[in-house]
Design a protein around this ligand. Structure first.
Ligand code: SF4
Length: 360
């Protein structure tokens, strides 16, 4: 692996969403978006609390109407992470959301006229409200669509830079950018293009990525390629379904790229004819029991003692199965023999000793 390339994270200018730094030397921040009706404060707050529990660091909520905007103050009061209001085309809702005290807004400039953006900036600036310029392939400005023959990567990048210039002209620099497309190569090329021309922090994501498996695949490829190249300051994995699952995938991507070490890194073998324990059940149960654990730990679940401990020598802790039993090992060293029916409890106990955290 070309380590030098990997380690060269692009330096961006820092901005602050509430007390969370994005860009600069901050870690890559994990975001999500609620799928509740924002007007329903109780349900929305409950979902945000669940997101917080599993490590979400910034949350966005849709603001489709005045009632949703008016709910923002109460939502913000009840949550611990920065709140971003997602505005589609109604600049009035952007103004209202900012006045309700959100930490940031996401606007799609293709849908809002420049003179209205000026009004948004006027209200956002004195309140330290961040503006995410959210360029989306589906709502590109018409002239750029015509010029580039569609929502190409170059068109998305030009749109982003045009809107950066617009905000800068108004003296506004608390900006982050996203250039989302459901087409992974377009998304990658758009972020690359814009990253080479600006140092504003970038919010990475593949939009409309589908349900859990396709979304995890598309996001891992799109976000992963860019992170590998040092591009990206905050990420969102968009999944059709409960957003809580977005966070696990997001941290999985960051762990796989050695960018942030958070949560259990479960290494399990694919099993083969040598496997004599129910490894699939064990793996699924451990994933479920450790979901949301923030401490980083490499846990190996291997099907046989012949290859298991050697193949997972770098794991903090692991089990290699025999017939109805297994060997507990730590950092490649065999510790003791345990019965298969005790695997989960023994592992949870050992993990608690190592991290101070008991799985569910
Ligand atoms: Fe097969 Fe053992 Fe390798 Fe698992 S660890 S795939 S059971 S050889």
């Amino acid at each position: 692996m070309n380590r030098e390339r990997f380690n060269r994270r692009k330096k961006t200018r820092p901005i602050f969403l509430g007390d969370v730094q994005i860009g600069g030397n901050a870690p890559v921040i994990v975001q999500s978006m609620t799928c509740t009706d924002t007007r329903d404060v109780k349900t929305t707050v409950a979902q945000i609390k669940k997101l917080e529990e599993v490590g979400c660091e910034v949350v966005r909520v849709a603001v489709p109407d005045r009632e949703a905007a008016l709910a923002l103050t109460e939502i913000k009061k009840q949550i611990a992470i920065p709140l971003v209001a997602d505005i589609h085309f109604n600049y009035y809702l952007a103004l209202l959301a900012i006045r309700m005290g959100v930490d940031g807004i996401r606007i799609n400039p293709g849908n809002i006229r420049p003179e209205k953006i000026r009004e948004i900036v006027k209200v956002a600036k004195p309140r330290d409200c961040v503006i995410r310029i959210g360029i989306n392939a589906g709502s590109l400005e018409k002239d750029l669509f015509v010029k580039h023959g569609g929502p190409t990567a170059a068109a998305l990048a030009e749109s982003a830079l045009r809107n950066v210039a617009l905000l800068e002209d108004m003296g506004f620099t608390a900006i982050k950018l996203s250039l989302k497309s459901s087409d992974v190569p377009t998304m990658v090329e758009a972020y690359r293009a814009v990253s080479s021309q600006t140092d504003y922090p970038l919010h990475l994501g593949v939009t409309e990525a589908g349900s859990l498996l396709p979304a995890a695949i598309k996001s891992s490829i799109g976000i992963g390629i860019l992170l590998y190249e040092g591009i990206g300051d905050t990420i969102r994995v968009s999944i059709t379904g409960n957003p809580v699952s977005e966070i696990g995938v997001a941290y999985g991507i960051l762990r796989a790229m050695n960018i942030r070490k958070i949560g259990p890194d479960i290494i399990s073998c694919p099993t083969c004819g040598r496997c004599e324990i129910d490894l699939i059940k064990l793996t699924e149960e451990m994933e479920r029991r450790l979901a949301g654990m923030k401490a980083y730990l490499k846990i190996a679940l291997m099907g046989c003692v012949v290859n298991g401990p050697g193949e997972a020598a770098e794991a903090d802790i692991g089990i290699a199965g025999g017939r109805g039993w297994g060997i507990l090992f730590k950092k490649g060293q065999m510790i003791r023999k345990i019965k298969e029916r005790d695997f989960v409890q023994v592992l949870l106990g050992e993990i608690e000793q190592l991290t101070g955290i008991r799985g569910q």
